[in-house]
Design a binder for this molecule. Structure first.
Ligand SMILES: Cc1ncc(COP(=O)(O)O)c(CN[C@@H](CS)C(=O)O)c1O
Length: 386
């Protein structure tokens, strides 16, 4: 059997239709869109089309902004650091609220601001792995300028109550940023239904290429650029636009939204089939109620089976999964999410993330179930603690 890829929360395959859409801009349509000659002018309609696809994809209003950048890490840094230079530095409002669930690019940019006198509250998840709107409300003070909470967690797939959090932030006059990397392409993201002020995404999470992302900025909200220089993106992000990347991301966004129903039915069915099989194994913990998770993700802890050992075993059988986010894959620390939900120390080292996509097949899930069952038996026999 071909290799099986079940680490789609780390990155995804580029959809063939997306690849076809971007190809001409590596060949005969290579002009710089800022050029005034025919080479530059001819690519502009494709960028307008891509922008239309992105605006439609998140239901952004025409007067809002979407800034094309390199990835969600850049977008998240733009919001967190831009907020400091724009607001926190010179006013008494020097408090940011975020969560312990966030991706390192949020945590580390917040930690950097702490070295510049900003107070940051890192809300801990509750025993269900969730951050509630009530917890955000209780943490807001008269010095709070920004709340940053991810729309869906990359390890567990848990969907956070962003709509309720947005209502709390509106009520208290606090800006809200959400990292929507793990939501786009999996669940509906609508910035008019959920009034966030900033939203970040990365194309390679929804079958677009790596190296291109987007930052949504609500109309009327000012934010200084992270990158200064040319007039690209209306001065909100200098640098020659990645034309093939932008065209690709627009196409990927369009396809992602066309497939949302498929995600909610077929992808969810295959994920649930895998999860049901895992739950038949003794001493197993799946984090979060499945109806509160993105349809493609299951994060499972199997007592007596180190996460890294299981991942290695799966890889030997051609199956790609992870112990958590790729950027923490080298860390042998206990999973913060498992620790936060009260999993004991031993269990907190056994987390494995399995994340499907619209390209995952039933045969691949059946073989994965068979392989995990075999691996667990083998590894538990070797375990000294089980
Ligand atoms: C919620 C969230 N926010 C930001 C990022 C960063 O995306 P970039 O395109 O690398 O900038 C990621 C990427 N998470 C991958 C790689 S670390 C994972 O394995 O979980 C994410 O999940």
């Amino acid at each position: 059997m071909e290799r099986i890829y079940l680490d789609n929360n780390a990155t995804t395959i580029v959809d063939p239709a997306v690849r076809d859409a971007m190809e001409p801009f590596y060949c005969h349509m290579y002009g710089n869109p800022n050029s005034l000659h025919s080479f530059g002018i001819e690519v502009r309609p494709y960028l307008h089309q891509a922008m239309e696809q992105l605006y439609t994809g998140i239901n952004a209003a025409d007067e809002d902004d979407i800034v094309i950048n390199s990835c969600a890490t850049e977008g998240n840094n733009t919001v967190i650091l831009g907020f400091y230079f724009n607001l926190l530095k010179d006013t008494r409002k020097k408090h940011i609220i975020t969560t312990q669930l966030e991706h390192p690019c949020i945590r580390e940019s917040c930690r950097y601001l702490e070295t510049h006198g900003v107070k940051v509250t890192y809300l801990a998840p509750d025993h269900d792995g969730m951050i509630t709107a009530e917890a955000v409300r209780e943490a807001i003070t008269d010095q709070t300028a920004l709340v940053s909470v991810m729309w869906a967690n990359n390890e567990t797939g848990l969907i956070l109550p962003i709509k309720e959090i947005a209502e709390v932030c509106r009520e208290r006059g606090v800006y809200l940023h959400t990292d929507a990397v793990q939501a786009i392409g999996k669940i509906k993201v609508d910035v008019q239904e959920v009034p966030v002020d900033f939203l970040t995404f990365s194309a390679h999470k929804f079958h677009g290429p790596k190296g291109v992302g987007g930052l949504y900025i609500r109309n009327g909200v000012s934010l200084p650029p992270l990158l200064h220089g040319g007039e690209q993106m209306g001065g909100r992000r200098a640098g020659t636009v990645d034309v093939p990347g932008m065209v690709a991301m627009g196409k990927a966004m369009e396809l992602a939204n066309q497939h949302l129903a498929f995600e909610q039915t077929e992808v969810r069915r295959l994920r649930d089939k895998l999860e049901d099989a895992l739950l038949k194994i003794d001493d197993v913990l799946v984090v979060g109620k499945r109806e509160l998770r993105t349809p493609n993700t299951v994060y499972v802890s199997i007592r007596g089976v180190e996460g890294e050992a299981l991942i290695w075993d799966l890889n030997q059988n051609g199956i790609a999964a992870s112990t958590g986010s790729a950027c923490a894959s080298e860390s042998l620390e206990a999973s913060p999410i498992l620790t936060a939900i009260g999993a004991d120390k031993e269990l907190a080292h056994t987390g494995v993330r399995l994340s499907l996509s619209r390209f995952t097949t039933e045969q691949e899930i059946d073989f994965t179930i068979y392989t995990i069952s075999k691996a667990v038996m083998r590894l538990r026999q070797l375990s000294t603690s089980y």
